[in-house]
Design a protein around this ligand. Structure first.
Ligand code: GCV
Length: 712
């Protein structure tokens, strides 16, 4: 490829105007202009009114302006069209082809929906004659339909395409930003952020320029996300003010997000009545406290009528909570829920509550037990507008953990599962670690035993009244949004799984590849696709292989959580220990001789996890302390498994780096370079993990590698 061609390629991949004033150009992620080529070359009619209909119109107009198509807005055009976006209750048009298409959509709906409605966000896509139609009951449905057409490309216009209908399985599909308004002395602008600064806040203030937020909203809407909380769950003084004095900043963000069907939520401090209101207490049962929350919340809705609600981290890692007043978390959550209820708002109340001042000498306290011990007894006591938000695992977003038993223990509570898109423990967006397959395993886990209801069923709930899916976001003001360009796929995958938690993650990744690297903009689209799958499909398991073994978790460096620190947390107060000694490793969480955590599961898994014989290999050290010679189901001993997986992991990362080199000159050079540079770091870091873990366990156990490889 010569220099001129590479400029063309760059133009295809980047948006035209810088969105940050004079700042660096921003990568369009999975919505490059090229992805709109098929839509933009059509004659399109948009029929209906509303804010989100205007957004659809705007998107279609921009695409048509670029690719030579035409666009009309209702009501009275009698024109030849290829594509119609119409609200079902919009007036009839004097256009037989359009009306035939609408009739086909209606017929498709009757045939497919089986009596169900499209709801606020669903849509039907059908063909009649030469016309494709997208019908929806509400404007948001048209917006989601638009992005569906973008994903389908030419296939949306295939004459043989049968009708289809789509509706999100989950009502709320939410991202939590751990963004600080004021730079935190240790955590910086974004807690656990690996993609630069915040797109909302800088140095104590709102960034003001919201163009980038608008682009973000667009990306999120295109994969199905419909809610964001805009500040860290650790709420410090400046951030607390977003609820009152600085509400205007939040309202400005809400105005931008609204245009893409996304509601704003706010992390609030449980101590707000004291910190902001000057009261002497934040006791949830105190009448003045209730009045304060009601009045404050009313003011929020006066300013932001579609405000989503509050997100609360209470009695956790130093955040205030109801325990101070001798109350429990139902009392705390219900207080805020009561204030939000008249306005249709919801409280997301996190179950991440544990003692972070544990004594490592005390083996009876088990951090894994904490969420269940605090929350399961409260089942049935939460108001209906409370969602208890549960981290997917009992400890803390590890590369491998069992699924949190809380998700099976609160049938009378609305539960959301919380994932971590930001890669705190999975390579911090310096490593390729595609998390779709892991999340899919989480969502398809059947806590009551194989064949039973799954986590996806729990968070969907009866009549879609479950708590939904939430994830900690991974974007920042980095030109690639996510630091590592391939980490964009994690964000996209989260949105698509939240729309339909039963979807196959490999298909979702394929969708992301097609959008991000449009075949029409690539010399060898098949090579690009194949290479990305080869690098990404199994990358989470690769990451698992070269880091902490067999579910033991937390062998990271304390504080920043990057890179190996085998004993980094072993003698700390955080409750994350592996107990390795000369004879063996792992945490005994059995009922028979350990902390009893296995007993928090329904009978099927309580029994499976209780015995090292039936416990799945990948979770063995989470549940059991075993000798190094213990033989796994795989036939290998624990110690040999540690050596083998760590050598294999590094080989796999080296292969990733080699494969990526095939794409040099084939894709946007800036993406190529950024990924290439990060793969160098991944190889370095994986090698460090391998050597430290292998050496540590060799020194502890004295057992040599049966294949005689280098251990130091
Ligand atoms: C926002 C982990 C992280 C913290 C984070 C916490 C949480 O402990 O390391 O940075 O705090 O989880 O989920 O609240």
């Amino acid at each position: 490829m010569n220099a001129e061609e590479s400029v063309d390629l760059e133009q295809l991949m980047f948006v035209d105007e810088p969105m940050d004033g004079d700042g660096p150009r921003v990568h369009p992620a999975w919505l490059p202009p090229e992805a709109f080529r098929s839509l933009g070359a059509r004659r399109v009619l948009v029929h209906g009114e509303g804010l989100l209909v205007d957004t659809v119109l705007d998107e279609v107009s921009r695409a048509c302006a670029r690719y030579g198509g035409l666009v009309w807005h209702s009501p009275s055009w009698d024109v030849d069209v290829d594509l119609v976006f119409a609200l079902r209750d919009a007036a009839e048009l004097p256009n037989p082809a359009v009306e035939a298409a609408r009739a086909a959509g209606e017929a498709g709906l009757v045939e497919l929906a089986d009596g169900e409605t499209l709801g606020d966000e669903g849509f039907v896509l059908a063909r009649a004659g030469d016309v494709t139609v997208v019908l929806a009951d509400a404007p948001a449905g048209l917006l989601y339909g638009l992005f569906h057409v973008v994903r389908l490309c030419a296939a949306a216009f295939d004459p043989a395409r049968p009708p289809e209908w789509h509706r999100p399985a989950l009502r709320r599909r939410m991202l939590n930003h751990w963004d600080n308004v004021a730079v935190h002395p240790v955590m910086g602008q974004v807690e656990r952020g690996y993609a630069g600064g915040s797109i909302f806040w800088r140095d104590g203030r709102s960034r003001g320029d919201l163009d980038r937020v608008r682009e973000y909203a667009r990306l999120l809407a295109s994969c199905g996300v419909n809610a964001i909380s805009v500040n860290n769950v650790n709420v410090a003084r400046t951030e607390a003010l977003l609820l009152t004095e600085r509400l205007g900043d939040v309202a400005e963000i809400a105005d931008v997000l609204r245009r893409y069907g996304i509601r704003v939520h706010l992390s609030v401090s449980f101590a707000a009545p004291v910190v902001l209101g000057g009261l002497s207490t934040a006791d949830p049962l105190d009448e003045n406290v209730r009045v304060w929350w009601a009045a404050t919340t009313r003011r929020v809705y006066e300013r932001i009528p579609d405000f989503g609600g509050y997100l609360v981290k209470a009695d956790s890692e130093g955040q205030p909570g109801p325990f101070t007043y001798g109350r429990d978390h139902a009392d705390g959550a219900n207080l805020l829920a009561e204030a939000l209820a008249p306005h249709g708002g919801v409280v997301h109340w996190r179950a991440f509550v544990y003692n972070h001042h544990q004594d490592w000498r005390d083996r009876s306290t088990d951090r894994a037990r904490a969420a269940y011990d605090h929350f399961a007894p409260l089942d049935g006591r939460f108001r209906t507008n409370v969602v208890v938000q549960v981290k997917f695992g009992p400890v803390d977003f590890q590369t491998r953990e069992p699924i949190s038993p809380v998700l099976a223990a609160m049938p009378a509570t609305r539960l959301a599962v919380e994932l971590q898109v930001t890669q705190e423990y999975t390579g911090q967006q310096r490593h390729v670690c595609h998390l779709g397959p892991w999340w899919s395993e989480v969502l398809s886990f059947a806590p009551w035993g194989p064949g039973g209801r799954t986590i996806a069923d729990v968070v969907t709930g009866e009549a879609a009244a479950g708590g939904g899916m939430v994830a900690v976001a991974n974007v920042g003001d980095d030109p690639f949004w996510t630091g590592h360009p391939l980490a964009q796929a994690n964000l996209y995958t989260f949105g698509r799984l939240a729309w339909d938690p039963r979807r196959d993650p490999t298909t979702i990744l394929d969708e992301w590849i097609t959008l991000t690297f449009p075949p029409s903009a690539t010399a060898d689209a098949e090579l690009v696709r194949r290479t990305l799958h080869e690098i990404m499909d199994d990358s989470w398991r690769t990451y698992e292989r070269y880091t902490a073994p067999l579910g033991v978790g937390f062998m990271v460096n304390p504080g920043d959580h990057y890179g190996p620190g085998v004993d980094g947390y072993e003698y700390t107060r955080w409750g994350t220990y592996h107990f390795a000694d000369r004879d063996g490793v792992g945490v005994d969480r059995t009922r028979a001789s350990g902390t009893g955590f296995t007993g928090q599961y329904p009978p099927y898994w309580a029994q499976v996890y209780e015995s090292p014989e039936s416990c799945p290999d990948e979770l063995l050290l989470f549940f059991h302390h075993v000798p190094y010679g213990h033989v796994l189901h795989s036939g290998s001993t624990v110690i040999q498994h540690i050596y083998d997986t760590h050598f294999a992991g590094v080989e796999e990362v080296t292969a990733m780096r080699r494969r990526w080199q095939r794409l040099n000159g084939m894709i946007d050079p800036s993406v190529y370079e950024r990924v290439a540079e990060r793969l160098e770091e991944q190889v370095r870091c994986a090698t460090e993990w391998r050597d430290q873990i292998n050496t540590y366990f060799f020194r502890k156990s004295g057992v040599p590698d049966e294949r005689g490889r280098d251990i130091y």
